[in-house]
Design a protein around this ligand. Structure first.
Ligand code: ATP
Ligand code: MG
Length: 375
């Protein structure tokens, strides 16, 4: 069982710094997923951990030992890349055993490890095939197998499924989830742009932006309690709706907000430092929004439908809120018919409304009063 500790890791290419002091503790056996926009430094950090890039400053501690200058092959790490790059002239067996042969491992030991890995990945039937006679998903499994036979303590995956078509992605994602169950002692770090992969595979997700960590937490934590506007809009699809407004009054522990779309809300101000006149944003997820009748009590917004996308099980209503600059997306059940230009009224439960201060940080208070307020 191997844990990792990243302490103030910085990485610069010449004078361009791309990782700005990463601090992260990963527990032994944990499945960590890195997400973040393109170019935020996910691959660079993975490559620093693997030893494929030098670390400019900071400490990389793996299993209690500082590893900054230890050779990649001595770190107990295997890495699987997006492009699986199998040797085309070698069979599956030869591809999986190649690294071990080079390392001088005995034939019997190689045979044992390749067969075990093939069994885990259900590749037993394909060991004598060449890569060209395999599907994309099977090839990616061979690439994973090649990493497994090295018996790593830490497994790094850099978008391993992004070259696969939708159905294969799902199938291979399930293989990886099973792989984790079969190898509970192995610590895994997995980079993906896929929300479903991140939410379903991760014990904890790390959200990066511009070479820094924005938030670390369980998938549900990040979904339910995003620390800031960036995470709120990054996790979840379609993204959380954000409405602008301002603080108009504070009475005791209640902060009164008026949104640009006209809605008034009262927020418990406990622990929050918003001041009167401050611009704030509130966030509501499309799936936490309910279409209701016009007389509904509670926070009530309305707008005109611009576009309906019916996905079968659900439909996405793109709503124009009128005078406010904001558009709003509602995820509604699939069965009811909505038409473009219809006016819809909608609401959300108090607990599903997130409030962010002018700096974009989530205000700790909770919506406590949602009916229109006297102002
Ligand atoms: N060898 C290099 N020399 C200079 N800059 C580099 C080098 N490699 C990466 N970068 C820069 O470092 C930043 C982080 O790149 P990185 O590949 O880690 O991003 P990423 O988060 O993996 O993005 P993606 O999701 O597109 O794979 C980018 O701005 C990139 O241009
Ligand atoms: Mg990358």
């Amino acid at each position: 069982m191997t844990d990792l500790s990243l302490r103030n890791i910085r990485k610069a290419y010449a004078d361009l710094e791309v990782l700005h002091g990463i601090n992260l503790d990963i527990m032994a056996g944990e499945f960590i997923v890195f997400v973040g926009p393109s170019g935020c430094g996910k691959s660079t950090l993975l490559r620093c951990i693997a030893g494929l890039e030098t670390i400019t400053s900071g400490d990389l501690v793996i299993g209690g030992s500082r590893m900054n200058t230890v050779a990649p092959s001595k770190r107990g790490i295997s890495m699987v890349f997006q492009s699986y790059a199998l040797y085309p002239h070698m069979t599956v067996y030869e591809n999986m055993s190649f690294g071990l042969r080079i390392a001088g491992v005995s034939k019997a030991e190689i045979d044992d490890r390749v067969k075990k890995a093939a069994a885990i990945l259900q590749l037993d039937k394909y060991l004598t095939r060449l890569p060209k006679a395999l599907s994309g998903g099977q090839r990616q499994r061979v690439a994973i197998g090649r990493a497994i036979v090295r018996d790593p303590k830490v497994f790094l995956f850099d978008e391993p499924l992004s070259n696969l078509d939708a159905a294969l992605r799902v199938a291979t994602r399930i293989e990886i989830a099973k792989l984790k169950q079969n190898m509970p002692d192995v610590t895994m770090i997995y980079v993906t742009h896929d929300q479903v992969e991140a939410m379903t595979l991760a014990d904890r997700i790390v959200v990066f932006k511009d070479g820094k960590i924005e938030q670390v937490g369980t998938p549900i934590d990040l979904y339910k309690r995003p620390a800031n506007l960036f995470v709120a809009q990054f996790i979840g699809s379609p993204a959380m709706n954000i409405l602008q407004g301002k603080v108009v009054r504070k009475t005791g522990e209640l902060v009164h907000l008026v949104l640009d779309c006209g809605l008034s809300l009262g927020v418990s101000a406990k622990g929050s430092a918003v001041s009167v006149g401050e611009r704030i944003s509130i966030g509501i997820r499309p799936e936490n929004t309910q279409v209701v009748a016009s007389g509904h009590a509670g926070p009530l917004m309305s707008g005109r439908i611009d576009l309906v996308e019916n996905l079968g099980e659900v439909q996405l209503l793109y709503v124009d809120l009128g005078s406010a600059t904001n558009k709003y997306i509602i995820k509604a059940p699939g069965e009811k018919a909505y038409t473009r230009t219809d006016t819809v009224h909608f609401t959300a439960q108090a607990g599903d409304i997130h409030v962010f201060d002018a700096a974009g940080l989530c205000v700790t208070g909770q919506i406590v009063e949602t009916s229109p307020l006297e102002i």
